[in-house]
Design a protein around this ligand. Sequence first.
Ligand SMILES: O=C(CO)COP(=O)(O)O
Length: 141
Amino acid sequence: MLKISFIAHDRKKEEMVNFVTAYESVFAPHELYSTGTTGTRIMEKTNLQIQRFMSGPLGGDQQIGALVAQNEMDLIIFLRDPLMAQPHEPDIIALLRLCDVQGIPVATNVATAELLVRALARGDFAWRELVHKYKPGVDQP
Ligand SMILES: O=C(CO)COP(=O)(O)O
């Protein structure tokens, strides 16, 4: 079971709901997380159980980032709005940076998300189980 996060900016939420609905059976066996409003919207339209953090502008990206920093998150689908400034832009950049620090798969548009979810369905994320098994202590790089 992997930890997967869904995050979508307002003008991308409908796309996110449609995407998660289409792949509901792929996501269902996993531990699912989201920022506040994104998770609410997905749960309204699916039978998925999602652990919701704060809304993005109130710190939700940072809460997910904390799990990323500990290398606990396995996949992030983050449908960003590239055409609208966000008040919490520094939090967004920080989250993406931490994904790169830990080498965690992150999709920022639905085309990439499609490829990653198909990889997930095929079992291509098995290496993440090894990461968890052999994770170094929190004080080691
Ligand atoms: O702003 C967000 C991510 O940066 C998303 O937050 P919500 O899911 O609460 O709208």
